[in-house]
Design a protein around this ligand. Sequence first.
Ligand SMILES: [Zn+2]
Ligand SMILES: [Zn+2]
Length: 195
Amino acid sequence: MSTPPRPASPFRVADRDLPAHRELVVTPAFVAEATRGLPLRDALDGDAATEGDGGAAALELYEDGENVHVHGTIRGQVTVACSRCVGPVAVRLDEAVRVTYLPAHAMPADEPGDDDGVELAEDDLDVYPYDGETVDLEPLVREQFVLAVPFAPLCREDCLGLCPQCGADRNFAPCACEKPLDPRFAALAGLKLPS
Ligand SMILES: [Zn+2]
Ligand SMILES: [Zn+2]
């Protein structure tokens, strides 16, 4: 541990302050940082769309031996791009969380052979590392905002999306492009039936 902790951060709770209750403010900048690199986030056009992002967390922390249990709610908004038209979609989250911070020796070991570390078992998301001195709530809050993003967000159920040929947003105006032929019928179209 070469980097000193940032004691001023409200996301960090010292062991000596437990049990504790924390009301945290999640800023738009926090959400931007948490979701950096997500394709549907990077696809957003400009910062204006994400102005309403952010939220709040209300968390209870208490010690249980060398573990620390954290439960409470995390609420807020994260804006991502619609998977069809790339327009902004404000995703609301209101999550009840219940997680445990574990000392390093009690953390579940990585699966041998799983060298990219991308695949996390569902249960692994409920535990966070604890150094015995400071509970860092930041990764917990960060993950909730990332997990809130649906696989294929839509600005509305019947979003018409962008025209695959000219790129026009078909929610605003129909374009003149021919509807692409269904590939199942494309073969038939070229078939000359004997008369
Ligand atoms: Zn859309
Ligand atoms: Zn078109």
